[in-house]
Design a protein around this ligand. Sequence first.
Ligand code: EPU
Length: 434
Amino acid sequence: MDSYIIEGGQSLRGSIGVSGAKNAALPILTVALMTGETCSFGNIPALRDIQTQIKILNTLGVETTWKGKTITARVKDTYNSTAPYELVKQMRAGVCVLGPLLAARGEAVVSLPGGCNLGERPIDLHLRGLEALGAIITINGGDITAKVPKGGLKGAEIYLGGKAGSSVLATDNVMCAAVLAKGTTVIECAACEPETVDLANCLISMGAKIEGHGSPRIVIHGVKKLKAANWSIIPDRIETATFLMAGAVTRSPITVTGTRPDHLLAVLDTMRRMGVGVERKGTSLTVVPCERAKACEVTTLPHPAFPTDVQSPIMALMALAEGTSILTERIYPDRFMAAAELRRMGATISVANGQAVIQGVPKLSGAPVMASDLRAGAALVIAGLAAVGTTKVSRVYHIDRGYERFEERLGKLGAKITRISEAAEEGLTAGAAG
Ligand code: EPU
């Protein structure tokens, strides 16, 4: 298992290009299941989660090639419609194949994803939505089996809201299935996230008839078949926000290029309220740092409100801000894994009932800490960049799931961050003992 060693206190400078959005690419790749033609997907980030999705697609008979930022995919055979546990357990986004498989092959077996380190993550909305289209769903031996009834899937009016509001991947699954259903489907309380909009636009480019994507009411008129996708993925808004936080904590005027500022309005507004300016010029965002950020109150909610995936990264900024910040998590109330590790670096954070209270301190000090999920890992790296002394972030494989060559790109901005492998670590220990 690799770790990062970060020498804190360096100023960053220069600009950094943002990668394609992981959470748009993961569902979009699955549309290859819905056509017999060869699809091409551009601006794909080189991430572990993408590799896992490719493995799932390969198991389902999709032949893929990955060259640079482009993946081409074509259904070669349709013998196997089962997405196995070994792969789905590695990444919940494996469940994205459910709607496309069901619509294209009339049957789908997908291992039921369990809980994960963000807490309970049910999939009742996915199943409820597909059932409303007529799918016959059974759960047996840890697998979801979904079958199309005689006469095929039929358009329906579906309310897709759960206890935390809309669901991104449930909207994606139901939208994909509805595209090839007979008649019209209306999804109410649909996810408005830019990643769902990207999927809808990709499906439209393949011949789907979708209206209202980006709003809570999506209307889909079923079509008989889809043609090839030739689609370029949107820039990653969460990665953009993560780099902006790195600039803010290190008080560095870095620029993030090739992004979509309109996908980040809540994050930009929060940063401004904290006293950190962000200059917007076309597709670039430049941090206008301040001496010390001010505390702020933030609540995570579905888009266009503040995204849960930026909750941990902004916690690192709040840990160093002046005053007491309150961070309320409404999507995953247990998603506060960064807090305990940030405390090891000198942060003052208490967590109860889905809320973190963060009393800003003037400085953090480097410490050995552990990444326990993707975004918590990013938060620890951000904190390490600002801390006094050396921070060792272990379990970097979590970060590799969602940030492409993170250390190399931060290094180009002037961060002192190196990756060490377990073998190298053992060498270091042996050296020290000697
Ligand atoms: N929910 C239900 N029932 C369902 C599905 C979801 O109650 O059937 C609840 C969840 O428990 C949660 C809320 O609805 O409280 C929203 O979850 P959502 O379904 O929108 O999450 P997701 O689609 O499984 C995607 C991203 C996550 C991101 C969330 C929220 C992908 C691959 N994953 O997950 O990304 O946090 O939307 O924006 O798109 C990450 O990248 O670090 C990450 C976790």
